[in-house]
Design a protein. Structure first.
Ligand SMILES: Nc1nc2c([nH]c(=O)n2[C@H]2C[C@H](O)[C@@H](COP(=O)(O)OP(=O)(O)OP(=O)(O)O)O2)c(=O)[nH]1
Length: 139
């Protein structure tokens, strides 16, 4: 692991995930959609950093979080956690960082500019229509 250590949370509600649009003025990755999160601080483990970032950015405390994807591009070492249960109502507490929060389906996400292309496959896996549902729809 070489890059800056970052964690982010994929909040899942029904068939949607919570995305944030990074403000155009951001130093890194401006003007793309990503998941709430940020840098791991010295002395923190991933779970503690995730809980702090979600509290600071969207006002929720995760009740359970499970690592689902790692992205390492040499600059950033990012671990994404799926969060299916939390306390608090997600809201944008740092509008200078994310100028919009949006609950999106896997289909809606395809039209958005994402921080990483691998997010599309992840969201499809988490909330997209699976083979079983496709079959049921065809019956
Ligand atoms: N929050 C977040 N950051 C991501 C994602 N994907 C990705 O490559 N990053 C990168 C962008 C940044 O280079 C880095 C940390 O993001 P950040 O700017 O939100 O960090 P932060 O909240 O600690 O804020 P800062 O004060 O350090 O700017 O990780 C993602 O899905 N969510």
């Amino acid at each position: 692991m070489t890059g800056r250590s970052v964690v982010a949370g994929v909040l899942v509600r029904d068939d949607r995930v919570l995305l944030g649009h990074r403000s155009p003025s951001r130093r890194w990755y401006p003007d793309v959609w990503d998941f709430p999160g940020g840098h791991v601080e010295p002395g923190e483990d991933g779970a503690a950093a995730l809980a702090r970032e979600l509290r600071e950015e969207v006002g929720v405390t995760p009740r359970e979080a499970e690592p689902v994807l790692t992205v390492d591009d040499g600059d950033v070492h990012l671990v994404l956690y799926v969060v299916r249960a939390w306390d608090g109502d997600p809201r944008d507490l740092q509008p200078d960082e994310h100028d919009e929060l949006r609950w999106v389906t896997a289909a809606e996400l395809r039209g958005l500019r994402l921080a990483h292309p691998s997010y599309a496959g992840l969201v499809q896996r988490l909330v997209g229509p699976g083979p079983a549902r496709d079959r049921a729809a065809a019956d």
